[in-house]
Design a protein. Structure first.
Length: 285
């Protein structure tokens, strides 16, 4: 890849969502969970060249250093890329969060961070309020642009908002056609919290579903593109993952079509309250 192709305006550009702190986040990004550290820099470069401007990592993914290396190697201006990382479960607590943030920032090597999230609430530890207070401080100090959470349920959100008055900019949650989280999304909408979908393709399992295939064929698109478009047309931020250049590009070629009311109704009918494929936020530690 060439640095100049990232420095010039991308041939494809994601819409942006405006966060409740006034900052803008590109709606479609790349997720790097289970992207091996050794290939992360190259994968991130490939995504930036394809036009991606949001990259989602986490301390627990053990590839923050590769993300930073990829952003730097791409030649993309730092302020053109929106980098997200997350506080891991064992680092909950006020001082622990401040220390974990420093380590993440050092591994990324990008000077500042765009969005720092609490990865899981871990209610059994009972420390997410302390972690959230530390996040608020990091934002006040200008060390991170935006602060958010991940895998928070309504009860956890009510608690941090009630006790600190600080509303997360984003809640990143498991969300795909088989698990649509409509109640939590309604709560987010009432609070001005952006919903960001993780495992948006159902970890690939959804792509063989006949209804998804039918919608994709109607639009002359692939099943992955149809599902990503469903997230966009639902007002969700979305971070599909791939390590393959052709799929990274495919997953970003989603800005030239729209699902219609019939498609949206067909996907709505796929929702299944038992459709969760990841961990349960109430019990995961
Ligand atoms: P995903 O739903 O994005 O699915 C990724 C898989 O789908 C790939 O590994 C591949 O098998 C397949 N795939 C991707 N593009 C394809 C294409 N064009 N054609 C065919 N198959 C394709 O799954 P994910 O990685 O679990 O989730 C995406 C991102 O969400 C993660 O990388 C991570 O950044 C984030 N995430 C966050 C949490 C959290 O707790 N906050 C949990 C899980 C994932």
């Amino acid at each position: 890849m060439s640095a100049s192709s990232v420095q010039s305006p991308p041939k494809l550009a994601s819409p942006v969502v405006t966060l409740n702190d006034g900052r803008a986040m590109p709606q479609v990004g790349l997720g790097v969970w289970r992207t091996p550290p050794a290939v992360t820099a190259e994968v991130v470069c490939t995504a930036l060249e394809a036009g991606y401007r949001t990259i989602d990592t986490a301390a627990a993914y053990v590839n923050e250093a590769g993300v930073g290396e990829g952003v730097r190697a791409s030649g993309a201006p730092r302020d053109a890329v929106f980098v997200i990382t997350k506080l891991w479960n064992r680092d909950h607590g006020y001082d622990e969060t401040l220390a974990a943030f420093d380590k993440s920032l050092e591994r990324l090597g990008l000077g500042y961070l765009d969005l720092y999230m609490i990865h899981w609430p871990v209610p059994s530890q009972g420390r997410y309020i302390d972690s959230w207070r530390a996040m608020v401080r990091l934002q006040e100090e200008g060390r991170v642009g935006s602060i958010g959470v991940s895998n928070f349920m309504v009860e956890h959100l009510r608690r941090i908002i009630g006790e600190t008055g600080a509303i997360p900019a984003v809640n990143q949650i498991e969300l795909h056609p088989k698990f649509q989280q409509t109640d939590l999304r309604a709560f987010h909408a009432g609070q001005g919290i952006v919903t960001q979908s993780w495992s948006p393709l159902g970890q690939g399992q959804l792509l063989k579903h006949p209804e998804i295939a039918r919608i994709a064929a109607r639009h002359g698109k692939t099943p992955a593109q149809a599902v990503i478009r469903w997230h966009i047309d639902s007002g969700l931020a979305v971070i599909p993952k791939s390590v393959h250049a052709e799929r990274i590009a495919e997953n970003f070629e989603v800005f030239d079509f729209r699902l219609d009311a019939e498609d949206m109704a067909a996907v709505a009918a796929l929702d299944d309250p038992t459709g969760r494929i990841g961990f349960d936020p109430l019990t995961f530690s």
